[in-house]
Unconditional design. Structure first.
Length: 256
C-alpha cells in the first residue's frame, strides 16, 4: 500500500517540479570572516523574503558545508536562489538593479542593524571566491518528513559526465534505488539536476544530486535484489559514466 501511495504522489508532484531552476553559489570565504559572512546573510535575508513575497523568485536558502571535497578553495557555504523556471530567472536577472536593491536592503534593515554596519559589511571583502552554477531539476522525488527547517542536513553530489549514457543510468538505475531508500524512511527526498550555465570560476561540473535528510546505507538496497552479480555489474557500469565529488551540509538560513 505504501508503494502505491508513493507512486501516486510521484506522478502528482515530481513532474510539476521538473522545470525548477536554481542558482547555486558555492562560496569560499576569506580567512577569519565567518562572523562577518553570517552578518552579511542576515542583512540580505529580509531582501530575499521581500523578493519572494513579490513573486520574483520562489525560495532562498543558505547551507553551511560540514564536509566538503578535498580541493583548493573548497566551499564553506552554498547559497541557493530558486526560481519556478528559466523565464522567471531570466526576468529576474534582466531587471536586476544594484543601486535600487541596495537602497531596499538599507530600508528593510532599519531597526535591525545600524546603517554603518550594513554599509561596512556590504563593502567588506568577505567572499574569496564564488563558484556559481545555474542548475535545472531533471527529476525530484516527493518530500517526506515535512518542509525544510534550520538544522536539516543534506548530502550533495557533484558529477562530471563521462559518457552519453550517464543520465540514463542515473534515472533508470540509481533513482529506483533511492526511491527504495525513500520508501524505507532513510531519506526525505532525492533530486537530480543538470548544470545549464556557470561562471568562470566554476569547476567542470555537469550534474548535481541532492539527498535531503540522508540516513541511508547504500548497501541496504539493490537494483536487482535477486541477482547480485548482475546488480553489481550494472551499478559498476553506471558509476563509470561519471566522476563524483560529495559534500555534507547543514541548513542555516531559509526564506519565510
Amino acid at each position: 500500500m505504501k508503494k502505491i501511495i508513493f507512486c501516486i504522489l510521484s506522478l502528482t508532484f515530481s513532474n510539476f517540479l521538473a522545470s525548477q531552476v536554481a542558482v547555486a553559489d558555492f562560496i569560499h570565504l576569506e580567512k577569519g570572516v565567518e562572523n562577518d559572512y553570517n552578518t552579511l546573510e542576515k542583512i540580505w535575508m529580509p531582501f530575499h523574503n521581500s523578493e519572494i513575497k513579490d513573486g520574483k523568485k520562489m525560495r532562498w536558502a543558505v547551507w553551511k558545508i560540514d564536509k566538503g571535497p578535498d580541493m583548493e578553495k573548497a566551499p564553506d557555504y552554498v547559497v541557493f536562489n530558486i526560481f519556478k523556471d528559466e523565464k522567471q530567472l531570466k526576468d529576474y536577472m534582466n531587471n536586476w538593479d544594484g543601486d535600487s536593491s541596495m537602497k531596499k536592503i538599507e530600508a528593510l534593515n532599519r531597526g535591525r542593524f545600524s546603517r554603518s554596519l550594513v554599509k561596512n559589511t556590504m563593502n567588506k571583502k568577505i567572499k574569496n571566491e564564488v563558484r556559481s552554477y545555474t542548475i535545472k531539476i531533471l527529476h525530484q522525488t516527493v518530500m517526506t518528513g515535512g518542509e525544510p527547517k534550520i538544522g536539516d542536513k543534506i548530502s550533495m553530489g557533484a558529477m562530471r559526465q563521462k559518457s552519453k549514457d550517464y543520465e540514463n543510468f542515473e534515472m533508470n538505475v540509481f533513482l529506483p534505488m533511492w526511491e527504495k531508500q525513500l520508501i524505507n524512511g532513510k531519506i526525505s527526498q532525492w533530486s537530480f539536476a543538470k548544470v545549464i550555465d556557470k561562471n568562470e570560476a566554476a569547476n567542470d561540473i555537469t550534474h548535481m544530486t541532492f539527498i535531503f535528510r540522508n540516513n541511508a546505507n547504500p548497501q541496504d538496497v539493490s537494483f536487482i535484489p535477486n541477482n547480485e552479480w548482475l546488480n553489481n555489474m550494472i551499478v559498476e557500469k553506471g558509476l563509470e559514466t561519471r566522476d563524483f565529488w560529495s559534500s555534507e551540509a547543514t541548513l542555516v538560513y531559509l526564506s519565510n
